[in-house]
Design a protein around this ligand. Sequence first.
Ligand SMILES: C[S@@+](CC[C@H](N)C(=O)[O-])C[C@H]1O[C@@H](n2cnc3c(N)ncnc32)[C@H](O)[C@@H]1O
Length: 257
Amino acid sequence: MIHWQDKTRFHIGSTAFRCYDWVFGSQPSTAQEYFLQKDAAMVRDYLELVQRLKPRQIVELGIWQGGSCVFFNELCRPQKMVAMELSTEPVPALEHYLCHSAHGHSLSTFYGIDQADNTALTGIISAEFGNTPLDLVVDDASHFVAETRSSFNVLFPRLRPGGAYVIEDWAWAHDPVDDPQGAVDLYPDKEPLSRLVFEFILAAGSTQGIIQHIEVDRHRVTAYRGDAEIPQADFDISQLCLKRGKAMLAQHPPGGA
Ligand SMILES: C[S@@+](CC[C@H](N)C(=O)[O-])C[C@H]1O[C@@H](n2cnc3c(N)ncnc32)[C@H](O)[C@@H]1O
């Protein structure tokens, strides 16, 4: 399914991809080679996830160079995939893919969409999927707490039971990157995204059938939806814990040092 050419380059069918690596860095996609802001290990992890999940309805937040949209669309051959992005500038290589590839018809892109804009997200999801539940959501957009939680609150209840919600790079505030002393302090004024991971854990412990299972590694956290009825209006993951959980979260208030 994935044919590796070397450590960073691979094909799916006739579509060529290049992964991120520390030497090569981030590059524009071209119609000949789509760039993914994911390293080779993450690509292998996604292959394992989609083989298990077999997603037919997919949402991705954060398009960047479009490589991950093309990757999921080619790898999963979904019935429908929707990708959203804050930037208003369409990615030329991705537009080329949409018009010229045999499978481009299943992918729809939306630019100028802030993942924190609940009204926009709800409108797009309703128009594109109707009442069909989602199988997989991949959030690789802002990586900030309020924005990431906001789209989680809209999209997680729309997953089917057993569906997966992936948030990439949750550990940016704790990752030594290339500095084991941790002196590279990314976004010092921003709350670490790990707060949301703790909210998932507390919700899994305090409720039944909402978050059924959580997987965490250093690149991503994946929350699997349980089989409870989840009202779509006013769902708020940060409120789904009992008083001791709330007390724990209150010890580290948003914006706290
Ligand atoms: C890490 S890149 C995405 C990489 C891409 N998924 C891949 O794997 O190749 C993050 C993208 O999210 C977009 N973004 C940042 N904040 C956002 C927000 N609030 N809403 C939607 N997209 C956002 C950025 O403009 C950027 O294109």
